[in-house]
Write a protein that binds this ligand. Structure first.
Ligand code: ADP
Ligand code: ADP
Ligand code: ZN
Length: 213
């Protein structure tokens, strides 16, 4: 099963992708997590990606598409995967489609998580992330058991550089201009599923499992 998570930054894609990954034993592939791991490790890719990420802009397609294609061609992705944060624009979606079609394959579900912009800012400024394992928390909504420490791996949680209010506004603009057109793109393909992302995270998860069942 191949799933794409769609939705604004902060809609809850990563949170739901983690739960889907666990339940269905599929890898959670997040381009944002891959970039952040590269930034943490000081790679060339990380340096280049950071200059865009800090401004809330998309990392150029040449870079992003290659990374994503390398990742999904790994052994653990052969039975499917959950894409979180990719595709982010129509050209990325077209490359993915074409690459899958060449293998006689396709995406099964594109799940759009709807959350209005005014809720997004609150979610993002309270978000705390674990760069080691990709887990996400929220200081009020989803607090870790021990403040500042990841429940899953014990590493320190960070406030992402790009989760400051000004950058979040840029990211929302980029989302509306470049990413939102993907909703229509997948609707035309007949694989779009929409969920109400404002609900409690377990209720959202229930809606998603009903779609995937
Ligand atoms: P995305 O991957 O779409 O950017 P995240 O999964 O990182 O979004 O979620 C953004 C923030 O909102 C995080 O702090 C997360 O803990 C919190 N969050 C996720 N789902 C919900 C929900 N259903 N209700 C309230 N807060 C949520
Ligand atoms: P969020 O979960 O809040 O939506 P991500 O972790 O998915 O954020 O992405 C963080 C940043 O990484 C984006 O603002 C962008 O700069 C970069 N990025 C992630 N995925 C892509 C992609 N598919 N194309 C271009 N840039 C990307
Ligand atoms: Zn962790």
């Amino acid at each position: 099963m191949k799933i794409i998570m769609l939705g604004a930054p902060g809609a809850g894609k990563g949170t739901q992708a983690e739960m889907i990954a666990e339940k269905y034993h599929l890898p959670h592939v997040s381009t944002g997590d891959i970039f952040r791991a590269n930034i943490k490790n000081g790679t060339e890719l990380g340096k280049e990606a950071k200059s865009y990420m800090d401004q809330g802009l998309l990392v150029p397609d040449e870079l992003t598409v290659k990374i994503l294609m390398d990742r999904v061609s790994q052994e653990d992705c052969k039975n499917g995967y959950i894409l979180d944060g990719f595709p982010r624009n129509i050209p990325q979606a077209e490359v993915l489609d074409k690459a899958l079609a060449e293998l006689g394959d396709k995406i099964d579900h594109a799940i759009d998580m709807e959350v209005p912009d005014e809720r997004i800012i609150r979610r993002m400024v309270g978000r705390r992330a674990c760069v080691s394992c990709g887990a996400t928390y929220h200081v009020e909504n989803v607090p870790p058991k021990k403040e500042g420490i990841c429940d899953k791996c014990g590493d320190a949680l960070i406030l992402r550089d790009d989760d400051r209010e000004e950058t979040v506004k840029n990211r929302l603009n980029v989302y509306h201009e470049q990413t939102q057109p993907l909703i229509e793109f997948y609707e035309k393909k007949g694989i779009l599923k929409t969920v109400d992302g404002t609900k409690d995270m377990m209720d959202v998860f229930k809606e998603i499992t009903e779609i995937l069942a």
